[in-house]
Design a protein around this ligand. Structure first.
Ligand code: 5GP
Length: 216
């Protein structure tokens, strides 16, 4: 026989966790660490028209599509949000996100400020947004050069865009200066823990308390 405990009544509504930053601030590494240690989060895999970098896998890092296919997806309303970033198109496929949220899972988005604004217009209550800043301009440049997966022209373009991207920090719920990866992961985990405990995200709480008051 399956026994149910009264607190099984409490279910959680999944949240949408957005991480944004200029490229090179350490967001991708941070996301990977978070996903490894927190089994309640699914990563939203974006579609993009940019070409894969070395080591990137189609369907894991991105869905790499051509501009015609991307347009088709827009026309079929298959994106939750989409935007042009660094001359390429990026978009969040809707179906996977909705399926995960419906199952009560959280979804992590590695998207830019334009996408965050669009999600905020559509689902403010479900959104938790974090902006990651590099500890210094020098460090940002160093990380981009170290990565060196992009060609020099692309790196210069990204450095120029970084200042522009950082100007959107104040639109986010939380801001983390990524001085140490471990500390930043801890910070994100703490934010998640608190946000998950928000009253409105704990469904069935009223029934649970009613039960407590009735002595059950
Ligand atoms: P990268 O080409 O370096 O992987 O990503 C470039 C930028 O595009 C990053 O700031 C990343 O967060 C953003 N990005 C990736 N996927 C999406 C998406 O689906 N939507 C939006 N709006 N931005 C995205």
């Amino acid at each position: 026989m399956i026994s149910t405990h009264p607190f099984d009544l409490i279910r959680r509504r999944g949240l949408m966790l957005v991480l944004s930053s200029p490229s090179g601030a350490g967001k991708t590494t941070l996301s990977r660490l978070l996903l490894k240690t927190d089994k309640e989060i699914d990563l939203s895999i974006s579609a993009t028209t940019r070409t894969p970098r070395k080591g990137e896998i189609d369907g894991k890092d991105y869905f790499f599509v051509d501009p015609t296919e991307f347009d088709l997806m827009i026309n079929r309303n298959q994106f939750l949000e989409h935007a042009k970033v660094f001359g390429h198109y990026y978009g969040t496929p809707r179906a996977a996100v909705e399926a995960a949220l419906n199952k009560g899972r959280d979804v992590l988005f590695d998207i830019d400020w334009q996408g965050t604004q669009q999600l905020s217009e559509k689902a403010r209550d479900d959104l938790v947004s974090i902006f990651i800043l590099p500890p210094s301009w020098y460090e940002l440049e160093r990380r981009l050069l170290n990565r060196a997966q992009d060609n020099q022209e692309e790196i210069t373009r990204r450095m120029n865009k970084a200042a522009d991207e950082m100007s959107h920090w104040a639109e986010y719920d939380y801001v983390i200066v990524n001085k140490s990866l471990d500390q930043s992961v801890e910070a994100v985990r703490s934010i998640l823990l608190a946000e998950r405990l928000k009253r409105r995200r704990q469904l069935g709480l009223a029934e649970f308390v009613n039960g407590l008051q009735a002595g059950r």
